[in-house]
Design a protein around this ligand. Structure first.
Ligand code: HEC
Length: 121
């Protein structure tokens, strides 16, 4: 069954390549410059729901039909934030932003991370 094992090896390689492109072995690190870049991107893409300050009180949420997360108290890691920004949150109105450049999604993740760090605990 040489063919079978070649095929399954191939499937493994394809899976591994697909996975590594998602998992980012070399995830970028936060920096003041990246956080600063994330601010306007957050304002454009997220503030309508999550609010200018990220407190979950955006105009689109005013009717009460949805409750976007309060990101000023949301505890997470930049990697998890990046994944949520990329894919959205299942079964909620939180959309995915996989069409934004990877660099921009990281900048937003760092910005959001900085919001909860600033919050008084
Ligand atoms: C259309 C409205 C909308 C937009 C635009 C939006 N969100 Fe959300 N977001 C939501 C809702 C609704 C939830 C779900 C809250 C819940 O858990 O019930 C959510 C949840 C989240 C969460 C928490 C995920 C979790 O695991 O609980 C994060 C982080 C988040 N949003 C970040 C962002 C960022 C960053 C952007 C911009 C790139 C953004 N959102 C844009 C509506 C939105």
């Amino acid at each position: 069954m040489k063919t079978m094992s070649t095929i399954s090896n191939l499937a493994l390689v394809v899976a591994a390549v697909g996975f590594s492109s998602l998992a980012f072995a070399n995830a970028p690190k936060s920096s003041p410059a990246a956080i600063k870049e994330g601010g306007p991107l957050f304002a454009t893409n997220c503030a309508s729901c999550h609010g200018d300050k990220g407190d979950g009180k955006g105009a689109a949420a005013a009717g009460g039909a949805m409750k976007p997360a309060d990101l000023t108290t949301f505890k997470s890691t930049s990697q998890k934030l990046f994944d949520t920004i990329t894919k959205g949150k299942k079964d909620t109105m939180m959309p995915g932003f996989d069409y934004l450049a990877e660099k921009d999604r990281w900048a937003i993740a760092f910005y959001v991370e900085s919001l909860s760090k600033k919050a008084k605990k």
